[in-house]
Design a protein. Sequence first.
Length: 583
Amino acid sequence: MDNLTLLLIERMGILLTLGFMLTRIPLFRQLLDRELHVGTSVAFSMMFGLFGVAGTYAGVVVHEDGYVPSFWIFPLSGDEIVANSTLVGVVIGGLLGGPMVGMGAGIIAGLHLYDLGGFAALPMGLSVPLTGFLAGYVARFFSQERVISPSKALFIGMFAPVIQMSLLLIMSGPPDLVRTMVNVIGIPMVLTNSISIAIFTTMIRVALQEEERSAALEAERAFTIAQRILPQLKMGLNPQTAQAAALVLQREAKAIAVAVTDRERLLAHVGAGTDHHAPGEPIQSDLDQRAMASGCIEKGHGRELLGCRQKNCQLHAAILIPIKEGGSVAGLIKLYFRRPQQIGKVQEALAKGLGNLISNQLTISLAEQMKGLMKDAELRMLQAQIHPHFLFNTLNSIVTLIRIDPKLARHMTIQLGVFMRFNLKLTSSAQVTVGQELEHLHAYLEIIRIRFSEQFAVQTLVDPGVEDVLMPPGTLQPLIENCIHHGLRDMGAGGEIRLCVQRQPTAVHFTIEDNGRGFPEELLPLLGKIPMERKEGNGIGVHNVNQRLISLQGPDAQLHFANRPEGGALITFTIPIKQEVSA
């Protein structure tokens, strides 16, 4: 029995070599991903069935007087049996492909074993498909594992020959011969089959780890390349950025040449073929046009298909990667190779990863740019709504003064010109300094005092050191205007407006208060959040100021409205100190 065990272990080495070759077949890798349907189940059944047949031929013919060590097995006589490794392929097929694959492989291997004959042909042939079916059913309990662990496979593999020996004892005869054969081949078959199954599953797990490690390396490589060329491509597709990106791609992608195009012409070409692939030439090849139209990665080989008419050109194959920006193709990256055989799955995976990474990042960058432009347009629109409001009121006052006091009207017109020139300067920027904003307010007050000289007084208290803090332009003037036109509207005289600008450790705090009629209590929760009708005491100006503060400085800078206990309105807000510039 010891000699038989050693001989079966030697034969097992040949079988495992065949198994190692099997793990390198792409069809076998699909089985590991559980991509099974009727067609693939039949193919896998045949593959593992033939593996089981190979396990039969790796066995040893045993009879009452000993065993025959010859490798090739011929039809058996009435007193012979095969100590085999047929169950290895069948059990592996069941563990990986499920009951149907296990039983299908078992039928193929079992029919061959039955055809060899011998006194145990029927139970041996019947036990193989039964074992394959049971192995596939047991594998369902470990469905969370991509490949069953070797220790579990070893345990399952021990029971497969036990089932076979049990059927042999039940269905074969004569009894004395059966018992003798089971004693001779039972333990060697249990050891060799279970160990072979465990080693086979270990090889599969190693093959998967190699594949995953390779995929991880290619993903990391794609990330590295994308990270290095994105700064250039984000600046737009032009000859300079395309040249920089092409140099990085050629070095990292191991291509013989790299080209970058926009939708119409070649922008850059580095590597082989630079003598006749000149930047600026139009895109003419059908392959380029197809990649542009479909937005999908394209492969091509042959100078004519690649659009090159130079007979001595070294570029015989290429992968075309569309560069997408906002859902539309903006250009192409072309990786060139000497031969079509150099474009393997690794190169295709790299190209796919690069295309997705670059396109996604460019789309995100475009979205950020559009968001910035929309935000800027919104701010300009809000500014345009505030400034005409003041302008129309002032012009109406000038029209009235022309009839009753032309000299004062002329003075007011001059002050309006000064205010508007300063206003145009301020609105050209998203933010200005507190000092500039206060100058803008003082210019406004020079005009407004002519209209309401006896009605109110404005007091301004400003802490030193706040002049260089940045804030949105045109913030204070609409708020003071609201106090004058609405808070003090019913007061003929004695109106007071107080502006305090206080510096805090991390912010500048603004307080605007008056001694007028205050805000209607029912409107306090809504002020600044929605535009109010003019008749309710607050126009669109206060709402716009609040929205601009939130957009530029964040929600902590929003306006807060309240009524003073002694009467009058109170508006406060805070500007965080983020950056200071010289006034």
